[in-house]
Design a protein around this ligand. Structure first.
Ligand code: ADP
Ligand code: MG
Length: 252
């Protein structure tokens, strides 16, 4: 297990690269993901956008290992991980429902996975402290989730992921339960997190402002296939079709 900590020293430049090769997902007779090829670079921030039901979560869950890949292959850091369980992929998923342990403090919530992994107490405290600093939770470490705001809870959920020092973060609409003002604030926090950690991030949203402001590249999904991939600017200025234009907000 990587115990390099938040600095991520000695990482190879390809560790967090993610490659999808003709990935398909079938639920029984229904084909939900229809052969997706995608190369994500180490450290890149990629946003999946598209209408409800187009397959964003399913694709993300396949990358994270929470859903089997029906056909095709997935590589992380150049290694084929198509059949690897989630724990062997070095990724972490952040969901919209925080699912914090109500009876544990912020520090205990954030350190939980390290404790389970048998990491020494001092090391857990060090990692939690470093993550808390990044997320501005230092003054809240002894509180319980019920005594936090929605935004703080979401930060704790992200903090839980950071301490595991993942090679990549997978976010599935992490801000959709927050009110408008908090969403703006947390969007900014996530952008800063990416700048600080320089880790690969894949972020699912149906919010085009989130997509445009966070993404290095946006992947527009249209019912199981990629409608277009490009920088926010490229999609805005040159949407390939009306479907993309509708999502990015610039008529063709
Ligand atoms: P999105 O996240 O873009 O809203 P999803 O990935 O959740 O879309 O769903 C894509 C499609 O796959 C939808 O039609 C959904 O009903 C279907 N689907 C998702 N999960 C399952 C499942 N476990 N069994 C059957 N169909 C599913
Ligand atoms: Mg979804």
């Amino acid at each position: 297990m990587d115990s390099g900590g938040l600095a991520g020293m000695g990482r190879e430049s390809v560790m967090g690269s993610i490659t999808l090769k003709a990935v398909e997902k079938w639920f029984g007779e229904a084909q939900v993901i229809k052969g997706i090829d995608l190369d994500i670079q180490e450290g890149e921030f990629v946003v999946f956008v598209g209408p409800s039901g187009c397959g964003k979560s399913t694709l993300l869950r396949m990358i994270g290992g929470l859903e089997d890949i029906s056909r095709g292959a997935l590589e992380i850091g150049g290694r084929d991980v198509t059949d690897h369980p989630p724990s062997k992929r070095g990724l972490t998923m952040v969901f919209q429902s925080y699912a914090l342990y109500p009876h544990l403090t912020v520090a205990e919530n954030m350190g939980f996975s390290l404790k389970v992994a048998g990491v020494a107490k001092d090391e857990i405290a060090r990692q939690v402290g470093a993550a808390a600093e990044i997320l501005k939770l230092t003054d809240y470490l002894e509180r319980r989730p019920k005594d936090l705001s929605g935004g703080q809870r979401q930060r704790v959920a992200i903090g839980r992921s950071i301490v595991r020092d993942p090679t990549a973060f997978l976010f599935d609409e992490p801000l959709s339960n927050l009110d408008a003002a908090l969403r703006v604030e947390m969007r900014y926090e996530i952008a800063k997190l990416h700048q600080n950690l320089k880790r690969t991030m894949i972020y699912v949203t149906h919010d085009q402002v989130e997509a445009m402001t966070l993404a290095d590249r946006i992947v527009v999904l249209e019912y199981g296939h990629i409608a277009q991939v490009g920088t926010p600017r490229a999609l805005y200025e040159k949407p390939e079709n009306l479907f993309v234009a509708q999502f990015i907000g610039s008529p063709k």
